[in-house]
Design a protein around this ligand. Structure first.
Ligand code: NAD
Ligand code: IPM
Ligand code: MN
Length: 353
């Protein structure tokens, strides 16, 4: 098949990891007889530096003409002045909103090969395989906020409508049907009005999915259960901010934040694919970044936007084989143990596809 993919490398380790995912997709294309065209565009800090705008209109035009977007990460100390009205992260929120990508799928697996690398006991990690479905275009990220703190008060507003909760709940219930038929809805209904609406809406949507077992957990307790009984979770559905926080926490189960991929989807096949991690300014430019999260995001791109299930599975298998072979980037290497560079690790994955 032919497909056009917009690549937004972004800042920090973004370009280091997206370049490896592009090589991987090129390898898949030649191995399986596809033709992928890549078009690079600016977003984030680099876009501010060059154009003054974290999400230039030209980038949106490029992305609109493609089948999917592959993104690294945006932001960093250079653009973190709290008084600046222009920030790299505005580009990311803007592109998610522009394409109405309301459902962010963040799968989390514990890899047996990395069990000893996590701070948890091996037996707790057995069977850990969950999908966090994060609402991505609503909630406190997009409610009214006081933009410039020229006084003593600033605010952000959490707002959810029934329609917004219904559509992401439907995605989560459908995913649970294809998995182990269990959905956990995370909220803070004991305190927040928006979260009481969240809970009653999820309960209503459940009527269409009686084959799925639904439970509700308050977010504070959920952070604890993720560490004490992680294997009990199948699909989790959470608001924009809670899903953001819980997925970074859950990355501990996978061995590193650098391992987690994500897919941001709307109502059609078009999607944006990015690792869960950020620009990792502490290791940028040193060849230390783990490209796995971005390479697995490319697998999700193949699956969800291009419908290439066999190719997606081949990439996922190649990652598992690479880990089983003992290859490690710095973040997943045993303390004091040896590790390979971003590029060497990626070449091992490529060779297994
Ligand atoms: P971060 O995710 O960039 O880094 C947190 C820690 O994880 C760091 O120690 C880092 O070295 C490590 N890490 C992250 N990815 C890694 C990888 N692939 N391989 C090895 N180690 C990895 O979070 P942060 O430091 O809080 O944020 C830095 C910047 O990134 C901020 O400007 C933030 O806004 C931005 N950010 C962007 C995105 C995105 O574009 N999607 C996501 C999160 C954070
Ligand atoms: C993520 C990031 C972003 C978010 C930031 C950088 C805007 O943390 O994609 O997880 O909070 O959504
Ligand atoms: Mn995050």
């Amino acid at each position: 098949m032919r497909a056009t993919i917009t690549v937004l490398p972004g800042d920090g380790i973004g370009p280091e990891v997206t370049s490896k995912a592009v090589e991987l997709l090129q390898r898949v294309a030649s191995r399986y007889g596809h033709e992928f065209t890549f078009q690079e565009a600016l977003m984030g800090g680099i876009a501010i530096d060059i154009t003054g705008n974290p999400l230039p209109p030209e980038t949106l035009r490029t992305a609109e003409q493609s089948d999917a977007i592959l993104l690294g990460a945006v932001g960093g100390p250079k653009w973190s002045d709290p008084t600046s009205p222009v920030r790299p992260e505005q580009g990311l929120l803007g592109i998610r909103k522009h394409f109405d990508l309301f459902a962010n799928l963040r799968p989390v697996k514990a890899y047996p090969a990395l069990a000893q690398h996590t701070p948890l006991r091996r037996e707790l990690l057995e069977g850990v395989d969950m999908l966090i479905v994060r609402e991505l275009t609503g909630g406190i990220y997009f409610g009214p906020q006081q933009e410039q703190g020229d006084g003593d008060v600033a605010y952000d507003t959490e707002i959810y409508s029934v329609a917004e909760v219904e559509r992401v709940a439907n995605v989560a219930f459908r995913a649970a049907q294809r998995r182990r038929q269990k959905l956990t809805s995370v909220d803070k209904a004991n305190v927040m009005a928006s979260m009481r609406l969240w809970r009653r809406t999820v309960v209503g949507v459940h009527e269409d999915y009686t084959d799925v077992a639904l439970d509700h957990i308050l977010v504070d307790a959920c952070t604890m259960y993720l560490m004490t009984r992680p294997a009990s979770f199948d699909v989790i559905v959470a608001s924009n901010i809670f899903g953001d926080i819980l997925s970074d926490e859950a990355s501990v189960l996978a061995g590193s934040l650098g391992m987690l991929p994500s897919a941001s989807l709307g109502s059609g096949a078009f999607g944006l694919y990015e690792p869960v991690h950020g620009t990792a300014p502490d290791i940028a430019g040193q060849g230390k970044a783990n490209p796995t999260g971005t390479m697995l995001s490319a697998a999700m791109l193949l699956r969800y936007s291009l419908g290439l299930e066999a190719e997606a599975a081949a990439v996922e298998n190649a990652v598992e084989q690479t880990l089983a072979s003992g290859a490690r980037t710095a973040d997943i290497a045993p303390r004091g143990g040896s590790y390979v560079s971003t590029d060497e690790f990626a070449q091992t994955v490529l060779a297994s596809v």
